[in-house]
Design a protein around this ligand. Structure first.
Ligand code: C2O
Ligand code: CU
Length: 467
């Protein structure tokens, strides 16, 4: 599905000009007390204030959910109240968290039933840009809006609040009437191909919002891709941005990316530094389609000032993998449309014929679709793990490890000497093999899955144990 503002706009009532939606978006500071998050249905427009309303599911009626802000090392306490008609949980994506708070129903906690509450209480050890989202029927609950930003500030934050902008980007699938398309939720075509791609981007719940910047001042832009499956393609060089961090982790001294497009996969984050020049307004565009799709614009006022030196964000205290003594676990991804679907087992049974359609299971890791009874691997606390992921499918995937940040140590045999960035989610192309390494220093049961949420639902999910 192509992103096309025009197509959707054309069909909207009377072709009336869209006003910028009032910010529905709230920021809450983590505090001693619990913050209450009520997950509930909410009817809101995704196409501007006068547009038709969509049936969303939101935290506190806000799309995205309230942005949570705290200082590195502080505690987050959220009381989740479930006013939905189905069970739910919250996962704190990218936080190196105590296992019981990871929010995976059936693995780390019991799902929170309608009418029930659950108290999340954990410490955020790393500064950076993170997010949270529902982790039950994720493909459906996230598509309806159950997610938000989680920002952990450095002890000495290099950017004050006016110079620190979060852009929560979501790709929605709207019907020709301009409302969230619920009829195609769970479509097996999506599940077996690229996932649920939308046709409408919002930033912080708004349609192409505009930000006012002062010339010559340094701004941090935190981009979070909360799409179910859309890989966003952007070109940070086109607006003179430098790279600060991937998935919350500093990439060292700010530098231009020097290539385009940059792919921001589902669940990935990128922090950019921008020092706007006087008189040079700019836009950020999604460039995967024939026609670039501008999703945020920036108006620059004032005159240039002498530039202050640009400093790197501090590194987080993540243990360095011991590659010499690492244990390597290969994981072969298979299945999907035009892929190999022979020898896929689901719940101990080999799938054949109509089974694929009936179970919705079409992808596998090492021949097993969905959560196997046995873990992918078990290691002792403190061991260095290498996961060697072999993509034997015709599609790209966005692979995410719960509970740990890893270094990408090689891609298709070629060692990445420079950088070896820390990430919590990496993109892998068809026929590519990628090795990632981390120290399994946190005991518990952890997930490894594709963050294209339809792929995870259709089999691309497994778990491992640190004991
Ligand atoms: Cu953000 Cu299991 O995922
Ligand atoms: Cu995938």
């Amino acid at each position: 599905m192509r992103l096309s503002r025009r197509q959707v706009m054309r069909t909207l009532a009377g072709g009336a000009a869209l006003l910028v939606a009032p910010p529905l978006w709230q920021v809450v500071q983590a505090q001693e007390d619990f913050i209450e998050f009520t997950a509930a249905p909410s009817r809101q427009s995704l196409v501007g204030p006068d547009g038709p309303v969509s049936d969303l599911w939101l935290y506190n009626g806000s799309t995205p959910g309230p942005e949570i802000r705290l200082k590195q090392g502080a505690r987050v306490r959220v009381r989740l109240i479930n006013n939905l008609e189905e069970p739910t949980t919250i996962h704190w994506h990218g936080i190196r968290i105590v296992n019981e708070m990871d929010g995976v129903p059936g693995l780390t906690q019991r799902a929170v039933m309608p009418g029930e509450t659950f108290e999340y209480d954990f410490v955020a050890p790393d500064a950076g840009t993170y997010w949270y989202h529902s982790h039950n029927k994720t493909w459906s609950q996230v598509a309806r809006g159950l997610y938000g930003a989680l920002i952990v500030e450095e002890p000495e934050t290099p950017f004050d609040r006016d110079h620190d902008l979060t852009l929560v980007i979501d790709d929605w699938r709207l019907t020709s009437e301009g409302v969230l398309d619920l009829a195609t939720l769970g479509s097996l075509t999506d599940w077996s191909h690229e996932g649920r791609l939308g046709n409408w981007l919002t930033v912080n719940g708004e349609v192409q919002p505009s930000f006012n910047l002062n010339a010559g001042e340094a701004y941090r832009l935190r981009l979070i891709n909360t799409s179910n499956s859309r890989i966003l393609e952007i070109d940070p060089d086109s607006f003179g941005a430098s790279l600060l961090a991937y998935d919350g982790q500093s990439t060292g001294a700010p530098k231009p990316l020097g290539y385009a497009p940059h792919l921001l996969g589902p669940a990935q984050r990128i922090d950019l530094l921008v020092v706007p020049e006087a008189g040079k307004d700019f836009v950020i565009e999604e460039i995967s389609s024939m026609e670039a799709y501008p999703f945020a614009s920036f108006a620059v006022s004032g005159t240039n000032k002498p530039a202050s030196p640009l400093v790197a964000l501090p590194a987080n205290p993540i243990p360095e993998p011991d590659l010499e003594n690492a244990v390597n676990f290969p994981l072969r991804m298979s299945g999907g449309a035009m892929g190999r679907i022979e020898d896929i087992y689901y719940q101990g049974r080999k799938l054949q014929g109509d089974d694929f359609r009936n179970t919705g299971q079409v992808w596998a890791f090492n021949g097993i679709a969905n959560m196997g009874e046995k873990p992918f691997f078990t290691v002792k606390t403190g061991e260095t793990v290498i996961i060697e992921t072999i993509n034997d499918t015709r599609f790209m995937h966005a692979m995410h490890v719960h509970g740990f940040h890893f270094r990408i140590i090689s891609r298709s045999g070629s060692t990445i000497d420079e950088g070896r960035p820390w990430r919590d989610t990496f993109l892998i192309s068809p026929n590519q093999t990628t090795r990632v390494a981390f120290v399994a220093d946190n005991p518990g049961k952890w997930l490894y899955h594709c963050h294209m949420l339809e792929h995870a639902a259709a089999g691309m999910i497994t778990w491992f144990v640190v004991e």
